[in-house]
Design a binder for this molecule. Structure first.
Ligand SMILES: [Fe+2]
Length: 208
């Protein structure tokens, strides 16, 4: 296993300081997930003409806030004057939509592209940059993931980043609906952009 090292941290912290802070903020299982997402993000970046070191860093820190107390999220939403709508959700949504704030505050990462990728990684969005897509998909297909359809997600995602994002959104939505879980509005909007087929192709399929 190659040692973790980020040549550029986009932060006043060194690579080693940043890794130590990340490690201290989560348990080993979560930390190892972050390492795998980092490696997967690097691979996806290499295939999609994106800076592999930057993608590896974004993937590594994407879940920095995942295990922080709920109260910390509520306080950040109020103090940082984020949308009060966020208060209706939970940590599974907050660790992305609010988690970027802790990455900026604690890890001192000040790069908008990285912070946005963290913000969007739990929900997707109607607008997604290449880095957003890489982190979103890497989180879903990293080698530790084991759910029905993950192999297909890997095949599709490594062949075509946009198609991978579409597959992930469609399957996430189907999963939430099956559980009768609440769907974050941006995820539904993202599905319409990245996953839904055009009405003409739906019609065509319907007739067959
Ligand atoms: Fe996450």
């Amino acid at each position: 296993m190659t040692e973790l090292f980020f040549p550029k941290t986009y932060s006043s912290l060194t690579s080693a300081q940043l890794i130590a802070k990340e490690k201290a903020n989560m348990d080993t299982v979560r930390f190892e997930h972050c390492v795998r997402v980092s490696r997967t993000a690097r691979k996806l970046a290499e295939q999609n003409q994106f800076d592999p070191d930057k993608a590896a860093l974004a993937g590594f820190v994407h879940d920095y806030a995942k295990q922080m107390p709920e109260e910390a999220f509520r306080t950040a939403i109020v103090q940082e004057k984020m949308s009060s709508e966020l208060l209706k959700w939970n940590r599974s949504i907050w660790h992305g939509t609010v988690g970027w704030f802790f990455v900026q505050r604690d890890l001192k990462i000040n790069d908008a592209e990285i912070l946005t990728a963290i913000r969007r990684h739990t929900t997707g969005d109607v607008e997604m940059t290449t880095l957003d897509k890489i982190v979103f998909l890497a989180d879903y297909i990293e080698p530790g993931r084991d759910f029905e359809g993950v192999e297909q997600a890997r095949q599709i995602g490594y062949a075509d980043l946009n198609a991978g994002v579409g597959y992930e959104l469609a399957h996430t939505l189907a999963f939430l609906i099956k559980k009768r879980a609440k769907v974050y509005p941006k995820t539904l909007a993202a599905y319409n952009v990245w996953a839904a087929q055009s009405s003409s192709s739906v019609k065509k399929e319907g007739k067959q």
